[in-house]
Design a protein around this ligand. Sequence first.
Ligand SMILES: [Zn+2]
Length: 307
Amino acid sequence: MAAHYEGLEKRTGAPYYGKKAEKVCDCAECLAFKRDRETGRLRLYQAYFCKVRLCPMCAWRRSLKIAYHNKLIVEEANRQYKPAWIFLTLTVKNVEGDDLKQTISDMMKGFNRLMKYKKVDSAVRGYFRALEITKNHEENTYHPHFHVLIPVRTNYFGKNYINQKEWTSLWKRAMKLDYTPIVHVQRVKGKKGIDAEAIEKEVRKEMEEQKAILEISKYPVKDTDVIRGNEVTEENLDTVYYLDDALNARRLIGYGGILKEIHKELNLTDAEDGDLVRIEEDEDEVANETFEVMAHWHVGIKNYIIN
Ligand SMILES: [Zn+2]
């Protein structure tokens, strides 16, 4: 990624890209771990993370943090509200690089409109929304789409039900599209008529089975998803150019309704711009995972020396 930013500096002459190259290059150069006396596990305790949107290291740290936050939030929502959950995928047609930034802006506005529709508002209790962008290399186009995790009201599967066709036409209206967009909706199944604890267990099991939280929490852009091969090609430079422009200083995840309230109640930090060293309270588990992944990070390119 640093090499691509360097390439963009050469191409455009803009020092902006050179600075980003430097930042990404320095990201996580030095990592300090502390060993937990009780468990004997290592815990990351000091590091510099560059926080550049497209930095693979930072994207991975953010994903861990978002996944951990979402796990806490979903558990708490289940405790307080015992909602049913649905997943919504909202898409638009693939766009050219030059239209990516504007399309994402339109989608953000469209999403807010969608959530305010009376029909939607009286069916859902909140949302977690994540923007993801994939690339179609054959057509050289970009595919921005939203993954949305929604706790629905108890009457959702009764009189307030919104079927796939209706979700599609609501999204079409919210986006003011002249074509019918592709919309997926899927229920996270929990069994009816069992006690609260069993429902929670069931929901959690379902979530785990589908790896739903992890899936939805992965940070929007992985360089390996969009950059092809290790070479700094013209196509790869274009990709970095368009993604950098479209995603710079933009919020890619968002919470609404009860999920937003719970995020606040739990005092969770900002996963997008906050500290990427400490990943909240569950440090043992995550840090151990951290260490394992770190040890394999950049194999053959860069070795971390652990004292
Ligand atoms: Zn970084």
